[in-house]
Design a protein around this ligand. Structure first.
Ligand code: NIG
Ligand code: FE
Length: 410
């Protein structure tokens, strides 16, 4: 199958041969796609080719690589707008969690619904990623908090990978919270994760990564280290919810165990940043979460970048602390609150998250030989994307050469 995308006004990609933040900007070009992969970038708008099966006319639109969202929690049942309202009236995320709300609230509702119900609502929700230009996500379990519940979540991710076009990389997050019936015997829950969940998940290849919410009042540094070491023995690489609400030493732990990523990092110490830089742990910043939780202090992105860490940005899509699939909105918040500039925003949402998922050879930039994961946007230049906030500029999304979303012409 040969596809030609003609009449591209601007084509922006991270310049993978340059430094972090360097962009290639080609104007008036076309792209040939063969069997889902980029075959050639033509230096003209309308090359004459004989072997084209299908032509897509970009009509002067801007083309970017599909976004890669390296931190999401898409498999949940009920939404939690009541907690959002409570926070807006002055209750904090931690107070709501301590009284049985938060993640435990989601875990209770997760057990009320059957697998097919949760699967169908998840399928609906993840369509929105494609509509906003995201073509690959990392998808965590973490609302089951029991052997059956966690397996159910990971099976849903695995089945949906075959039944719709968004690509999902599965992460096991059984250690998202200590569930209700283990509050007075938490070590038993950790034992359950280590002795029952991890072996089955590894055996059935239901996850590539293992994550832990390492936070005061949730899982300690020692517990996190223990879980992630066992996960590593089973072939699952580590990601950590690290130093979000307190400076906890979780970034240092991520470096010590050579985790793929440390995520959140709002309260990260200088020592933690230095350790991550040395061990090339990828910091995944989630500024929509800070915004949604009404916090004033954001992750120290400029400081982290000054240590030459390759920063990624993600939505953290989840029902509690960040209810959005919209990556361009993350561009806006990161520009305003993290002081990141356009080239950095592009790298942080394409090639670096791809690298954090070990897929940088296949996705994350527009280069010959890579998967044709592309977004066609109605924007005049790349600075415009963060600037015209909250609007969906995506006209079409293409995954492996297939058009998976198309906005009707206005
Ligand atoms: O990344 N911090 C822990 N996990 C999620 C929140 C999940 C929830 O509140 O349901 C996060 O923010
Ligand atoms: Fe999260």
């Amino acid at each position: 199958m040969n596809i030609l995308i003609k009449n591209i006004g601007h084509l922006y990609s991270p310049d993978v041969n340059g430094d972090y933040g360097d962009i290639t900007n080609r104007e008036n070009v076309a792209i040939s796609i063969k069997d889902g992969y980029i075959e050639k970038i033509h230096p003209e708008r309308n090359p004459s080719l004989d072997t084209v099966n299908r032509v897509i006319d970009a009509k002067g639109l801007t083309v970017l690589p599909g976004f890669v969202d390296a931190h999401t929690h898409p498999v949940f049942w009920k939404t939690r707008e009541a907690e959002f309202v409570m926070r807006n009236q002055g209750k904090s995320y931690e107070e709501i969690a301590a009284t049985g709300g938060g993640i435990r609230n989601s875990a209770r509702s997760f057990h009320e619904a059957g697998k097919s119900e949760i699967k169908s609502i998840t399928k609906n929700r993840i369509k929105t990623f494609l509509e906003y230009g995201t073509t690959t996500i990392e998808a965590k379990s973490g609302y089951g908090l029991s052997r059956e519940g966690e397996i159910k979540a990971l099976e849903i991710i695995s089945e949906l990978n075959n039944e719709q076009e968004l690509e999902m990389v599965p992460t096991f997050l059984g250690a998202h919270e200590v569930p209700d019936d283990y509050r007075s015997r938490r070590e038993k829950y950790i034992q359950l994760i280590i002795e029952e969940m991890l072996p089955e998940i590894a055996e059935r290849k239901l996850a590539e990564y293992c994550d832990v919410f390492c936070e005061k009042g949730v899982f300690t540094i020692e517990e996190t280290r223990k879980i992630l070491k066992v996960a590593k023995d089973y072939g699952l690489k580590a990601r950590i919810h690290a130093d979000e609400l307190h400076a906890f030493g979780a970034a240092e732990l991520a470096a010590e165990i050579e985790a793929a990523t440390a995520d959140h990092l709002v309260m990260v110490s200088d020592k933690g940043i230095k350790a991550m830089a040395e061990k090339k742990v990828i910091p995944v910043l989630l500024p929509a979460t800070t915004f949604f939780l009404r916090k004033d202090q954001y992750a120290p992105a400029r400081k982290i970048l000054s240590y030459n860490c390759e920063v990624a940005l993600a939505t953290d899509f989840n029902p509690g602390s960040s209810m959005t699939q919209n990556m361009p909105l993350i561009w806006t918040i990161a520009a305003l609150k993290l002081g990141m500039v356009t080239g950095e925003l592009l790298w942080a949402t394409t090639i670096i998250p791809a690298k954090s998922l070990m897929r940088e050879k296949e996705i994350g930039s527009i280069d010959v030989g890579k998967q044709a994961d592309l977004v066609l946007m109605d924007i005049p230049n790349l600075d415009y994307l963060a600037y015209h906030m909250g609007i969906n500029h995506v006209m079409a999304t293409i995954k492996k050469g297939e058009t998976v979303f198309k906005k009707e012409d206005r």
